[in-house]
Each structure stands twice: as C-alpha cells, then as structure tokens.
Design a protein around this ligand. Structure first.
Ligand SMILES: Nc1ncnc2c1ncn2[C@@H]1O[C@H](COP(=O)(O)OP(=O)(O)OP(=O)(O)O)[C@@H](O)[C@H]1O
Ligand SMILES: [Mg+2]
Length: 294
C-alpha cells in the first residue's frame, strides 16, 4: 500500500550536526558532538544512561537551545533549515522533523483516531486559510479534512490499531501506545523521524514488529530515522549507521559491524576493568539485558 501524498527524492546528508554542545549550569550534557544522518537511512544514537542522547533530540526539536552548535536539516522538498535558530513549534511544520518521547506523551483521553487527526492540525489550519469562515464552509478545508482522516486510517492500519480507533489512547496496552506515538509522528509527514527508545518495555514479538515498522518507514515512506535505543538486537539489526555517545562526547561513529568491535564502545558499556575479558557478542547481549533509562 502506498501512503497518501507525495514522496521526496533522496538527499545526503539529511541532517548535519556540527559541534553541538549543551550545558546545564556546570554540567556539560553534550560536548562538541558532530555527526551526519543520511536521508532514508536509520542512524542510531546509543550510549550508556546519561550519555546525552535525549538532550541531542531536545536540541534538534527545539526543546532546548544549544549552547553551541549548528544543526542543519536539508531536504529537497523542505529546503534548508538551521534548527538551532527555529522556534520549537516551527520545526515539525517547516523543517519536517517529528519525534516521539522516552516517556509516552499521547492525548490519553482522546480517541486513537483523534490523536492522529490532531497531529495534522497545522495542515488543516493552512487549508482553512486561518479564518473562521474557511473552517466552517471552505471546500479546501473539507478536502483537507478528508485527507487527514485518510492518512490517519492508513497509519492505523499499518500499526494494527484500526479496530481500536474509537477507544481512548490511554486505554491501549503499552505496545499499542508506542505504535500509536510513531503513527502520530508520521501523520505530520516528516522527512526526519526521531524516536527515543521506541523498543523500551516491548516484549520480543512486539520488538520484532517494531523493527519491521521502522524498516517500512525507511524503505516505503522514504523517511530518515534517528533512533535512540538501548535494545542492541534492534539497533544492530536495522541501523545503517551508529553514533555512540558517552558522558556527552562522541566516542565512535560507523557501521554496526565497526561499532560492535570498537574498544572504546566496549569500554564505555562495561567499564575499564572488564573490556579486555569479554568478546563483543557478550557485550551486545549484556547491553540488551540492560534496563532502559527513563
Ligand atoms: N534540563 C536539564 N537540566 C539539567 N540537567 C539535565 C537536563 N536534561 C538532561 N540533563 C542531564 O544531562 C545528562 C544527559 O541526559 P540525557 O537525558 O540526555 O541522557 P540519555 O543519554 O538520554 O540517558 P538515558 O539513556 O538514561 O535516557 C544527564 O546527566 C542529565 O541529568
Ligand atoms: Mg534518554
């Protein structure tokens, strides 16, 4: 099934992060981090708890203004945007960056369908011409409304929530809420989707389904993904490129195979004294077993 709406051609890199630094008083949460994320690829950001991963997302999505750094999003359909100069509310709308949160943030009392339609508020308001009469009677608005419901239904289907469309989002089981969050972000028609620990709390079957969903978003929706994830099975199986942070600094950047064997990465996860004793596959297993942070 093809998504309603157009698609964009490839462009590389989609996101360029240059010298990103974020300080909170005396604490440097992100320290001079640079990396690139390509269009239509999955770039994972991994690292131990407190490494600065969510802070990077918060800088990209306008929750924080970076202390230092340039964050460039460039896409043929959306043009070039310097995210660090934009207000948070402009970033999804103009630059096409959408995100999910480490702790789920849905409108719990609204229905599952409403969550997906509300996500398209900006497109609907544009169609109304930002006027009351446009909202009430405009043909453009009615068409936009139909398209919004169509897109919502497309995503409901993909995340297997069609039969729960009318139920409050808060009543869904945890895995369903996680999928709905991703669907909601996709209903904003992003070019870059940032997911903060989407596999946290999922069982192995749900985790495998999540992998398929993310690959669908990359390959069929043709969207670039930034993925923060502690589950190394997910990270190693679907990422095209991995960036590793530790204490706010980038310590490695490369393909999954390179990262798995990188001594700095092993040291960061296991501590100095253990790094020479354990093979990389044990490191990956141990990391999978770690409790995700909150
Ligand atoms: N608003 C804030 N004010 C002060 N310190 C903060 C703030 N946000 C994050 N930090 C600190 O910045 C550091 C990095 O936090 P961050 O949440 O980015 O880590 P993380 O890599 O996402 O960790 P986890 O895997 O546990 O989610 C931590 O020491 C955290 O306490
Ligand atoms: Mg985090």
């Amino acid at each position: 099934m093809s998504p309603p709406g157009g698609q964009s051609p490839a462009s590389t890199p989609l996101l360029r992060v240059e010298h990103l630094t974020m300080r909170f008083g005396g604490l440097t949460a992100v320290d001079d981090v640079s990396f690139e994320a390509a269009d239509r690829q999955i770039t994972a950001i991994i690292g131990p708890n407190g490494a600065g991963k969510t802070t990077v997302f918060n800088c990209l999505t306008g929750f924080y203004k970076p202390t230092v750094g340039r964050l460039t999003l460039e896409h043929p359909d959306r043009g070039r945007h310097l995210l660090e100069r934009m207000e948070g509310y402009q970033i999804p709308q103009h630059a096409g960056v959408a995100r999910t949160f480490q702790n789920i943030r849905l409108f719990g009392a609204m229905s599952v369908l409403e969550n997906l339609v509300v996500a398209q508020h900006n497109a609907l308001m544009r169609a109304s011409g930002y006027t009351f009469t446009g909202l009430l009677g405009g043909r453009g608005y009615r068409r936009a409304e139909r398209e919004a419901v169509e897109l919502a239904r497309y995503w409901l289907d993909l995340v297997r929530l069609t039969d729960r469309a009318d139920e409050p989002a808060g009543s869904l089981p945890y895995g369903g809420q996680r999928r709905l969050e991703i669907a909601r972000a996709m209903c904003t028609r992003p070019v870059l989707l940032c997911l903060d620990e989407p596999a946290a709390g999922l069982n192995p079957r749900e985790s495998a389904e999540l992998r398929d969903l993310l690959l669908h978003i990359r390959d069929r929706e043709r969207v670039g993904l930034l993925l923060i994830e502690h589950d190394m099975t997910v990270v190693m199986s679907i990422s095209d490129h991995i960036v590793v942070l530790d204490y706010g600094r980038k310590i490695a950047d490369g393909e999954p195979r390179e990262i798995r064997d990188d001594p700095n990465v092993i040291r960061a996860y296991l501590g100095e004294e253990e790094d020479e004793a354990l093979p990389p596959e044990v490191v990956a297993d141990r990391q999978s077993a770690r409790q995700p942070g909150c």
